[in-house]
Design a protein around this ligand. Structure first.
Ligand code: PMP
Length: 362
């Protein structure tokens, strides 16, 4: 797609495609790392009641500071890092918006952001949108980060923002906290650890939240889209030093989180235990999926997330299409030769394995 010639669009956007996985209506959708278990009727009823109450005040702008919501998010994070309060938590419409705000505040013209590929493909788009120079380092063949190479690149590029992703998308790789610490010590600017999939990590895999004390330039981003089964609610958040939160309050649009969004997320957080109840089942299903794929002869990346990267395919697009033709949608992403499957219900995973056997046996 190329923009029409009459449109006075920024030149670097002319040939760009809007980001997004294909939204194809097939029976088994395993392509955007959603939680396959939707909220229960009881949770939906509480959300509906909270939204109804909020609706009575929709003539007024919402709480600009989202105080109640940030307190609830701080309460949730305090399960992992006791003592975190609302002054250290910020929220926006998905962690996508949180990260774009980070680049609005800490990136920008003349500034550099850096990440290590293969990784989440939205990062370069936030950089483009904020006129931030973008630099990509490489991960090792096992998708871990080689700390010496990373430190060399950081020394050479002096990035204002480094994005680390743990567990990484699309590979599922968790980051060794010693590596995060080394990057924090070497990087001159902000270090963002994107923990969108943190709740799915395997036992013993630490979170960067533990590094917040003593590292004021560390930002840990999270989302309610995955483990909380709230992708449709659009609520992402971060934990950081209060001064970082104050900096983001400068660039955020006024009233960026609608009263409806805030009411929805606060209601969902009241049901944290129930919404997270399927996380253990999804982790077990992920491990089963990896084993089954390995058993069938595929190469599988170790995953701490709710998806698995597997390969290798000479023509991955042909395999992707053949799966779609059988009603199973996975994601054509990551390095060439690999496909990514999000973890669904056991029935969905059975359908995936059956279809994959059919399409790779021919
Ligand atoms: N970070 C990573 C690594 C992701 O995979 C995603 C979603 N695919 C996001 C951030 C953004 O999620 P959301 O905006 O729904 O919070």
């Amino acid at each position: 797609m190329s923009a029409p010639a009459w449109l006075p669009l920024r030149p670097e956007l002319r040939e760009e495609e809007p980001y997004g996985a294909p939204q194809i209506d097939v029976p088994v959708r395993l392509n955007t790392n959603e939680n396959p278990y939707g909220p229960s009727e009881a949770v939906a009823a509480d959300v509906a009641e909270s939204v109804r109450a909020a609706a009575l005040g929709l003539n007024r702008y919402p709480d600009r500071e989202a105080t109640t919501l940030r307190e609830a998010l701080a309460g949730y994070l305090s399960r992992e890092v006791p003592g975190l309060d609302a002054s250290r938590v910020w929220a926006a419409n998905g962690s996508n918006e949180v990260m774009q705000q980070i680049l609005q505040a800490f990136g920008g013209p003349g500034r550099t952001a850096l990440s290590f590929a293969p990784t989440y493909s939205m990062y370069p788009e936030y950089a483009r949108n904020t006129h931030t120079r973008w630099v990509t380092g490489r991960r090792r063949d096992d998708f871990g980060i080689d700390v010496d190479t990373a430190l060399e690149l950081i020394a050479a590029e002096q990035p204002d923002v480094v994005f680390l992703t743990s567990p990484n998308n699309p590979t599922g790789t968790a980051l060794d906290p010693e590596h995060t610490r080394a990057v924090l010590d070497a990087a001159p600017g902000m270090v963002v650890v994107d923990e969108a999939y943190a709740e799915f990590r395997r036992a013993g895999t630490p979170t960067a939240l533990e590094l917040l004390d003593g590292h004021p330039r560390l930002v840990v981003t999270r989302t309610m889209s995955k483990a909380f089964a709230l992708a449709g609610g659009r609520l992402g958040y971060l934990a950081a030093h209060p001064d970082v939160v104050d900096a983001l309050r400068i660039v955020r649009l006024p009233y960026h989180l609608s009263a409806v969004t805030q009411a929805t997320a606060v209601a969902a957080l009241r049901h944290t235990d129930e919404l997270l109840a399927q996380v253990d089942a999804l982790r077990a299903e992920r491990d089963r999926t990896a084993e089954r794929l390995r058993g069938a002869g595929f190469t599988v990346a170790d995953s701490d997330a709710n998806f698995v990267l597997f390969g290798m395919f000479d023509d991955r697009h042909a395999t992707w299409q053949a799966l779609v033709d059988r009603g199973v949608l996975v994601r054509e992403t990551g390095p060439l030769g690999w496909l990514r499957v999000s973890i669904g219900t056991p029935e969905e995973m059975d359908a995936f394995h059956t279809a994959l056997t059919e399409v790779t046996d021919v």
